[in-house]
Design a protein around this ligand. Sequence first.
Ligand code: GLU
Length: 299
Amino acid sequence: MFTSPSRYIGRFAPSPSGPLHQGSLVAAMASWLDARAHRGHWLVRIEDVDQPRTVAGADQLILAQLAQLGFRHDAPPWWQSQRFDAYQQVFDELARRGLIYGCGCTRREIADSRPAQPSLRTDGEHPYPGTCRNGLAPGRTPRAWRVRVPPGIICFEDRWMGRQCQDVGAEVGDFVLRRADGQWAYQLAVVVDDGAQGITHIVRGADLLGSTARQHLLCDLLGLPRPVVMHVPLITAADGRKLSKQNGAPAIDMQNPLASLMSAWQALGFAPFDCPGIGAFWEYATTLWAGRWKIAPEN
Ligand code: GLU
């Protein structure tokens, strides 16, 4: 585990499906400013757990972009593709405790199993109704392994969004930790890695707000402390969806890094200011961020 002299360890965890774009820069900036304002440490983790979505070379491109924009990580980056043994260990422990079961349902079957009930979730996924909780139907083979979600409501205080509560069992259901083809789920990987890296604070885009209760629930099951969270509003596409390469996210203008930083800064709700260069931008932005979030300088 990485140890920090301050009580704060933050991280930026990009998925290498392409270079950073203006949308991902906003999340990177917020996590970096918050770590600096707390005099904490800031780590970078390349989330290439979803191998089909990983684009060769995008990791190095992202690291080069971050360096050119003046971000400095405090320890060598981690790659999730090198962490599969750790995921397996945690998976085995949960399995030993009877908390995992194989599920043979297809997406279609899950969607059809509650036709009268519209999806409760903003991501459009349907809650899993627990069909295979007590064993697979004869002749079925597992397509995925799910965790048994204990009953109860998970509540947490989001520093930006305020208090959030989710009944994970009802709104999400038992969720997938691993697919039958061996693919590890983001929810498991992120919790295992945040725990192993000693992450105390997560600052990331609001598209992941809906995943937080699941991640806190896994922390509780594994005896890991829940990180403090802040979800920052994302720049959205014209249709309101998260910006992605597919729907025209503006690329970062690397010829003009200061202008790109200033535009991400404005997306976080701050007014632009004049400054001579990247170093001065980060200095002043850190002070303003600390003021906005009332972070005491002696922290
Ligand atoms: N890898 C995720 C993404 O790029 C972020 C995960 C996280 O910050 O927890 O959307």
